[in-house]
Design a protein around this ligand. Sequence first.
Ligand SMILES: [Mn+2]
Length: 594
Amino acid sequence: MTLASQERAIPAAQLAEALKLPRSIADVLIQRGLDTPEKAGAFLDPSLDRLGSPHLFGQMQIAVERLLTAVRAEQPVAIYADRDVDGLAGLAVLVRTLRSLGGTVIWGSPVKGRGLEREVLERLARSEAKVMVLVDCGTGEHAELEWLKSQGIDVIVADHHRFTAIRPPAFAWIHPETLENNDGEPPAGCVMAFKLAHAVWISFLGHDDPERMDYFLFSHLDLIAMGLLADRMPLRGENRILLWHGLRRLAYSRKVGISSLTRFFRLTPRSGPLSVREVNWQLIPILNAGGRLGRPEVTAELLITEDPDVARDCIDQLLALNSQRRAAQDASLASFEKAVLEQCSLETDPVLVALARDVEPSVTGLAAQSLVRKYGRPAFLFVRQGNECVGSGRGMPGFDLFAWIEAHQEWIVKYGGHQGAVGLTIRAADFETFRTRLIGTAREALAALDPALVVINHADVSSRVEAIVALEELDEFWWLSLGRLAPFGTGHPMPLFQIQGVETIVPVVRKRSKKPVEEFILKSGICEIRAKFEEPSPQPSPEKGEGASVDTLSLLGRGIKGEGPWDLIGYPTAVSKSSREFTWTIRNMWRSNG
Ligand SMILES: [Mn+2]
């Protein structure tokens, strides 16, 4: 236990005083367990100096020595990474690091599905490489790791998928469960590769060249930021530090492929960091398109190349693949939705479990994610392949999907993943039993859910009110202070505030627009902010949650008549220069008593 964690929690007013923050922002920090000046101060100062040593991984040194031996002996090093952005970002960090040290690197990625593919491994093995790094894969792959061992290849696994019962054989593991004191947030697979690269650099540069080391660390955080976000890792602890710098690095990437991509989307040039939303909605889908359509090498090449012509060609290919993917995805989403409506009971099922036919299995994860958003509950979608059903599950804050499926291991052939996202294979004959069991587990989990949770319908917004504010408090200092808590996302959502005592709500009527009013100005004294209402969720809320959308809808229908004051629950969505332009999204409102 560190000194900081022994420090006693203090009241919000004291924390606000100590850190020069508005009281309501200190409330949010305390609600999130950052309840001492040390913890909260560290959180507000995401310095690279706070990164843990890569040598906290027990087998790091033998992995590094093995790689450097190969580089010195001019033997090729093979790198095999999963085909998604997390895997390929880790691949690019290692390829670039080893090449810059003079190593010969060959690489590969699965073209048919996920995980280790024998044909690709065989190709890499034929290259005379006697050491192979597996990035973002390998943890559950007994047979393939045995095979690699039988070929005389030393395998270093840099992966973050949870260990299942037996650990397969490997030369070295760079894995969060091998950390000496693992009390941090779960890291991405690319971060395991980054740690390995960091240790390689330490070994090469020694400890006496901190500036060059910082240069190396910072220069690859553009890749790491994308990997972290793509895998929806919790944005706290080391992940926050890596992402905070990574979003800034992405705006100034020196990698030809990445800077071509950000310029293509007109995200750069700019002076500030990229936003989580821009990375999630623009960069990640296009980079994932390669792997999803069996062409992970296009994405990998874009992340590795230093040739602008190659980069442009890769982007063109990825754009074409992405429109193919979108068409395929729309079609399979429709099939999955049909399967859900036929096989599930939307009134009573706390988790959607459905099996579709004639659908490309690689889209189960995306389709599940979209159904989670639409129906406000976890979803497991499967595709029949021979005698097996292959599928993915996607969840929401408050539920541990990995624990759910682990509880029904006897019905599962193969599984892996983490709290919010899992992949699994079930014998077709056991599908109905598995579905019934999973629904039972989900029902128990829903019943055990904290009644203080507000309706969950937006994964990146807090599901409970964390602080109460008056409109008058929302001055520029307040918004700047809130900005210090950014970036927000998985595991560190946009805070939810209750705004008390709004006196009037004025609809913003757009001339010549036939759409119903979408935007309102909330006023209290001379203060005002803009707000819009969140789409009401069609899902049944956890038993004791507020009937959030009801008031909102009737008020919208009436066009906000009558006298305030009103209390509102909402989250800030946009900040622009004028304090009158701050935008909130409101999920709930009611007339105050006073
Ligand atoms: Mn991953």
